[in-house]
Design a protein around this ligand. Sequence first.
Ligand SMILES: CCCCCCCC/C=C\CCCCCCCC(=O)SCCNC(=O)CCNC(=O)[C@H](O)C(C)(C)COP(=O)(O)OP(=O)(O)OC[C@H]1O[C@@H](n2cnc3c(N)ncnc32)[C@H](O)[C@@H]1OP(=O)(O)O
Length: 176
Amino acid sequence: MPTELDPLERHPKAVGPGEQMRMHNSTCFGCGEQSPAGLRLKMFAGDDFFVTATMEVESRFEGGPGVIHGGILSTAFDDVMGMAPLLIGPSAVTVHLEVDYRRPIPIGSTLQFRADIMGRQRRKVYTEAIAHIGDPDDPVATAHAIFVTIRAREHFAAHVENSQLSDDDKRRLRAP
Ligand SMILES: CCCCCCCC/C=C\CCCCCCCC(=O)SCCNC(=O)CCNC(=O)[C@H](O)C(C)(C)COP(=O)(O)OP(=O)(O)OC[C@H]1O[C@@H](n2cnc3c(N)ncnc32)[C@H](O)[C@@H]1OP(=O)(O)O
């Protein structure tokens, strides 16, 4: 992470501490309620610059026998950390993601996440996160990511047509 960082300020329209974060996209595989086979992550804004989330480790997420698939866990980290930039400003997309897997995560457990913004420099937002199953001081996995802020309408304009969103929702997103 660079040493020269811009000051962090909570965005006036960000949801309040303790409130559920609004889905960035209802058909998102990570947090969307309309995603047919998604992770259904529930995210909450914390104080200052962090987000928390919970996820039930369902048997359909199995990788090794009886434990979560590593790719599913990295997807969850991506989505939880991806919500954190919304506390300070516009939408951002992942440009870099790294995960450290520390312990096997059993099917049937409830994973709890916390993602913190570590700093911002121009359009880059640096985040770190932990996942635990009861003891935050003994995380089962940790992650770091860099997000870059975007103008969402422009960024997705050429791709909205491929979305699972309803035609009405797509029309709304395309409206000026
Ligand atoms: C009409 C539609 C409306 C829709 C509304 C819906 C709202 C939804 C909103 C939001 C969704 C949030 C979703 C969160 C949860 C899921 C997160 C994901 O899974 S995201 C999917 C995977 N990620 C991508 O697909 C990115 C692909 N990459 C890109 O598109 C480009 O790289 C982009 C736009 C991110 C940047 O490209 P440039 O041309 O604009 O800018 P440049 O100059 O290249 O980079 C800007 C800065 O970032 C650094 N940078 C770029 N890539 C980097 C990297 N890999 N590592 C480190 N730094 C990097 C550069 O060095 C530069 O830094 P310096 O300001 O000069 O210091």
